[in-house]
Design a protein around this ligand. Structure first.
Ligand code: BJW
Ligand code: ZN
Length: 239
């Protein structure tokens, strides 16, 4: 199928499958996925961090290393090219990597935070991870201003999403002509509600899902395009 992007507002919602071809592990599904090897309750909750910050930071440092050393794939590049060609495109990503930005997309909203950023658990201090900093940081990173621990600047289970960021998402979702949902299992709330919200506000919104398998939202979208998104997205748009 060839989709003409001219004069249409496009919102793209991406998930872990979008970065899979770049070597960033997904959370669910395949044997190598994070939650088939690790328990999220031990690593991705505020309680896990209070109990064992060293364990949590060791796991995040491993994942930060993967993100620092990887490159955007063809799917990231397709979205950046669309923007270059003046398509009205906005990206909402659940991904904590920065691969959309590194491919050249500028309108990117991170709903679950950014793994390359760390923020102080007490004050407003934060920093960005680099390869050098990762190499030098042996223990839990600690704030120079107030001596508290830093934590990864991501959204853990049981934590609320930033209200300003959610507001931006609602604005995009309720004013879009086309919603592309790619590489997400669509089971984590509140993001899992986004396609329903878009359809509620605009019943004629066109929703295209890109995934290697069907998901809980497949029955409500206009069309599901099955296959690896790094291959199928390129063919979808008429440049
Ligand atoms: C390909 C491909 C290829 C592979 N091409 N496709 C209502 C009901 C029930 C529970 C809740 C509820 N409301 C809230 C909750 C609790 C919870 C939740 O939703 N739990 C569910 C598991 C049921 N939600 C929360 O806690 C959220 N907070 C919240 O709602 O606050 C208010 C509240 C709190 C408590 C109670 C009630 C209200 C916060 C959620 C934070 C999620 N955090 C994580 C970790 C981020 C940090 C980090 O990276 O470490 O975010 S979990 C993880 O899942 C990560 C992801 O962003 C998120 C979504 O995953 P995603 O992107 O969909 O990836 P996968 O791996 O699941 O799927 C990959 C897909 O790609 C698959 O479909 C593959 O087929 C496909 N694929 N290769 C195309 N090449
Ligand atoms: Zn501090």
């Amino acid at each position: 199928m060839k989709f003409k992007s001219m004069n249409k507002k496009i919102t793209v919602l991406t998930g872990a499958g979008f970065s899979r071809a770049s070597g960033v592990p997904t959370f669910r599904g395949e044997d190598e996925s994070l939650w088939s090897k690790y328990n999220p309750a031990d690593l991705a909750t505020p309680q896990a961090f209070s109990r064992n910050p060293t364990l949590v930071w060791d796991w995040y440092k491993w994942r930060i290393g993967i993100v620092l050393r990887t490159q955007p794939n063809q799917a990231h590049k397709v979205l950046a090219t669309l923007e270059q060609k003046n398509a009205a495109i906005s990206i909402i990503t659940q991904n904590v990597d920065n691969l959309h930005e590194r491919a050249g997309s500028s309108n990117v909203t991170h709903v679950h935070g950014e793994i390359l950023k760390a923020r102080c658990t007490k004050c407003t201090s934060f920093f960005t991870w680099t390869e050098k900093k990762l190499e030098k940081t042996e223990f839990i990173p600690q704030c120079l201003e107030c001596e508290s621990f830093y934590r990864p600047d991501v959204v853990w289970f049981g934590e609320s999403l930033d209200t300003k960021i959610l507001g931006k998402c609602y604005e995009l979702l309720t004013h879009t002509d086309v919603l592309i949902i790619a590489g997400t299992s669509a089971i984590v709330f509140p993001v899992a509600e986004f396609p329903f919200l878009a359809k509620k506000y605009n019943p004629s919104v066109e929703i295209f899902e890109f995934n290697i398998e069907r998901t809980p939202i497949s029955s409500m979208v206009t069309q599901t395009i099955l296959g690896p998104v790094e291959e199928t997205l390129d063919n979808f748009f008429q440049f």
